[in-house]
Design a binder for this molecule. Structure first.
Ligand code: TMP
Ligand code: ASP
Length: 248
């Protein structure tokens, strides 16, 4: 693996050029933030777990026919991906009411929805990720009605695939966030899919196994991420990615 020039640095990941102008390497750092970056810490091994969990989720999606930016996990911490022109929209799917939804609306915490809710937010720390509607997203020049429709449909498919995959492994998926980008003329799922960007609850106890532990100032973040990794990765993954047994 050859890391080229640093192209972009975000709150938890760095994007590097590669020899191929159409591909980038995403480095998952140990930084963790909340409140649009107001709260910040470093949690050793967080990048390791988020990269392998993301790689696994992207492979599950690709196997089910969803087009994503993922090419391969180069090694833990580093994903080779297609270089996308990112759309600054966070597409959130919700199956169970929690988080900002119960803070802003009279939903009951833990209430399960008959049909998933899709919500789109403008990805902007400066503006505090405000919720968008289709007209605002188009008027801002971010996207088109056609792309919005595609992102909504892909997110609903991703929700079904991940919910089913996680259910078999004893995990609930209350909600998650996707980001999309353009590659040639196609819309692909980009960014990461990890406990930083999903809510994951142990099915029986509804115990939190995601970044809410950090948002709420509770401990045990890395233990939770390790449990998620050990539940979703199989022996084949551990072998091909040379993951050490004592880390899972
Ligand atoms: P919310 O309930 O705080 O709006 O979060 C909804 C989902 O989106 C949750 O799974 C966490 C994820 N998320 C992000 O990935 N990035 C963010 O900046 C925020 C606020 C939430
Ligand atoms: N992504 C946001 C931040 O880094 C917050 C969050 O995920 O809760 O500040």
């Amino acid at each position: 693996m050859k890391l080229g020039k640093l192209l972009y640095t975000g709150k938890a990941k760095d994007i590097y050029k590669t020899d191929n102008p159409d591909e980038v390497i995403i480095r998952f750092r140990d930084d963790i933030t909340a409140g649009d970056g107001e709260k910040h810490d470093k949690i050793p091994m967080k990048g390791y777990y988020n990269s392998i969990i993301s790689a696994k989720f992207f492979e599950v999606l690709e196997a089910a026919g969803i087009k994503t930016h993922y090419i391969t996990l180069v090694k833990p911490g580093y994903i080779l991906a297609r270089k996308l022109e990112m759309i600054p929209i966070e597409v959130i799917a919700r199956n169970i009411a929690t988080g900002s939804l119960t803070r802003r609306y009279p939903f009951k915490e833990g209430q399960e929805f008959k049909e998933p809710i899709i919500q789109m937010d403008y990805k902007s720390d400066e503006y505090g990720d405000p919720m968008l509607n289709d007209d605002i997203a188009v008027a801002l020049g971010f996207t088109t009605m056609d792309e919005l429709d595609k992102m909504r449909k892909i997110t609903l498919k991703v929700n079904n695939i991940l919910k089913g995959f996680l259910k078999e492994r004893g995990l609930l998926l209350p909600d998650f966030k996707l980001e999309f980008g353009r590659y040639n003329s196609k819309i692909l799922v980009g960014d990461e899919i990890s406990p930083d960007t999903c809510r994951l609850w142990e099915m029986k106890t509804r115990k939190t196994l995601d970044k809410d532990l950090f948002r709420r100032g509770e401990g045990g973040v890395i233990d939770a991420y390790r449990i998620v990794a050990s539940l979703i990765l199989d022996d084949r993954d551990k072998k091909r990615w040379k993951l050490e047994d004592d880390l899972l």
